[in-house]
Design a protein around this ligand. Structure first.
Ligand code: GDP
Ligand code: GDP
Length: 436
């Protein structure tokens, strides 16, 4: 089920990122662990009174050299496009400015619910400053202090009160939900068309939909699929849609609703940093992944080209060593027929449960063959292994001392598990518990 999205808007320096960080806390920090994935503090998960949501700091989406007013306008449009609830932040110390009014007029026309937070009200004496902001026509301004955390509870109460009541975008258990991500121009939209063929024409920007994440269901050979966030893939034209941060944000949103993620790379241009960043998010989210090298029709090829490209991908995406690579052309449909069967395979692996006894045989054989190295005279003992979850497959090892499982040995065990059970296309997670 897709989580509601909250977007923070407001002019620079009102305290948007301070508030974002307070709400998200350290939850974005996990992204850090993957080499090659840098922190992007514009999209994070929040929680209030058991309501889970995602939050976007639109102030973090900079738009090059555009004048400030244009940037603010575009950021407001992003909020309007992406969010279920908009959190409009103003500065209670500075008082009302014409830039605030400008933003307000855009938000007002959008008809999305807006919650107005007056920041930097660090103590009660400053609450007088609130009254000016009634004139923005956004209802009751809520006094907050991002710096001290004051008033954030009241603010979030108001935010969650505006969340959509029911989510109707849930699909059947057997439906494979996949998304197509990648930087602009790699061919995502063409790939959607190629997959759907002529039997579906989809209209982008369907008017009147409150959530703009319009997904596209289809059935092929008895299997139901849904392409997540097709509307997002097809968006283009606005200034911010060409920015890197925006494409990362869209990718994160699409990944969230998917079981399988197609990471599309432009075969003609090769791999750039942004591709890695986008792929890193899919990996972090624990989704099944296929790397799609598109535009293969226009790549000059000899009999080594594909192997060389594969090697380049493996070098650049070391954390995605489990992801199969498909070379294809969305334009000519060359090799396209490999794609859906591959999506089916990785999806099955993503929710595969293995037999506990077999798993333990694999672990015991592995430790017998290469015993865990000892650390300061202590050696890791693995007593028992069990699979505790799927999507992605998640294992727990009961051990004498969890500290003794080092990265390289964990990798070794992961490879042994993969050798036996396959798990092509899906990350797997291994945790340890101390056995008492
Ligand atoms: P953004 O540009 O809107 O993201 O604003 P920042 O979060 O970067 O904050 C701008 C400045 O305002 C920083 O110097 C913050 O420390 C300061 N600031 C943020 N929240 C508060 C607050 O509640 N009270 C006070 N006094 N300063 C704050
Ligand atoms: P998106 O921004 O990732 O959705 O990319 P588009 O699907 O809009 O494609 C960007 C450009 O690449 C368009 O001009 C497409 O016609 C072209 N393109 C997409 N896929 C292919 C392909 O497989 N081969 C070739 N030669 N061009 C392609």
């Amino acid at each position: 089920m897709a989580k509601p999205i909250v977007a923070i808007v407001g002019r620079p320096n009102v305290g948007k990122s301070t508030i974002f960080n307070r709400i998200v806390g350290d939850r974005v920090a996990i992204v850090e662990d993957t080499p090659g994935v840098t922190r992007d503090r514009i999209y994070g998960a929040g929680e209030w009174l058991n309501h889970h949501f995602n939050i976007i700091d639109t102030g973090g989406i900079e738009l090059g050299d555009e004048p400030l007013l244009v940037q603010m306008r575009e950021q407001a449009h992003i909020a309007i496009d992406e969010a279920d609830v908009i959190l409009f932040i103003v500065d209670g110390k500075d008082g009302l400015t014409s830039a605030d009014e400008e933003v307000a007029s855009l938000l007002y026309r959008s008809k999305k619910p807006v919650v107005l937070g007056v920041n930097k009200i660090d103590d009660f004496k400053q609450e007088m400053n609130l009254y000016d902001f009634y004139s923005l026509g956004m209802g009751e301004p809520i006094a907050i202090s991002g710096a001290h955390g004051r008033g954030l509870g009241d603010l979030l109460d108001e935010v969650i009160a505006h969340f959509p009541k029911t989510e109707d975008d849930d699909y059947d258990e057997t439906t494979i939900k996949f998304s197509i991500i990648g930087r602009p121009n790699v061919g995502k939209s063409s790939l959607v068309n190629a997959i759907l063929g002529k039997d579906r024409v989809i209209v982008s920007d369907i008017a009147g939909t409150t959530r703009d994440a319009v997904d596209t269901p289809f059935t092929r050979e008895g299997q139901d699929y849904v392409i997540i966030d097709t509307a997002g893939i097809r968006k283009r034209g606005k200034v911010y849609e060409k920015t890197e941060k925006y494409s990362v944000l869209r990718a994160q949103k699409a990944i969230e609703g998917s079981d399988v993620v197609l990471v599309v790379i432009n075969g003609e241009e090769g791999i750039i940093e942004q591709d890695k960043k986008i792929a890193g998010y899919a990996h972090q989210a624990g989704r099944a992944i296929i790397i799609v090298v598109n535009k293969w029709d226009i790549v000059k090829k000899d009999n080594k080209t594909m192997e060389n490209f594969k090697r380049k991908i493996r070098d650049n995406f070391q954390f995605l060593d489990y992801a199969p690579i498909v070379f294809l052309s969305a334009a000519t449909k060359q090799r396209l027929h490999h794609l859906l069967p591959m999506i089916q395979t990785v999806s099955e692996n993503h929710s595969l449960r293995v037999q506990t006894s077999l798993l333990n045989d694999v672990i015991m054989d592995a430790t017998a063959m290469t015993p865990p190295p000892s650390d300061k005279g202590k050696r890791l003992k693995i007593y028992y292994a069990t699979q505790i979850g799927v999507k992605p497959p998640t294992f727990v090892l009961f051990v004498n001392d969890p500290e003794l499982l080092h990265f390289s040995y964990e990798r070794y065990l992961e490879n042994k598990i993969r050798d036996t059970f396959g798990f092509v296309g899906t990350p797997i997670k291994i945790f340890t518990r101390k056995k008492h």
